[in-house]
Design a protein around this ligand. Structure first.
Ligand code: ZN
Ligand code: ZN
Length: 47
């Protein structure tokens, strides 16, 4: 899976639905722990 924050390919991470459009997103554990901002293709930005 590709992390939505750092765009690196990794298997260590979490899938979650975008709060706005419900598209499934993936963020690696590192970005999740650091609360790196992500941006969904629908325009939603989250911590
Ligand atoms: Zn990441
Ligand atoms: Zn979205």
């Amino acid at each position: 899976m590709e992390c939505i924050s750092c765009e690196k390919e990794t298997i260590d991470g979490t899938k979650f639905p975008c709060p706005k459009c419900k598209k499934e997103l993936f963020r690696c554990d590192k970005c999740r722990n650091l609360s790196i901002e992500y941006k969904c293709e629908c325009g939603f930005k989250g911590p």
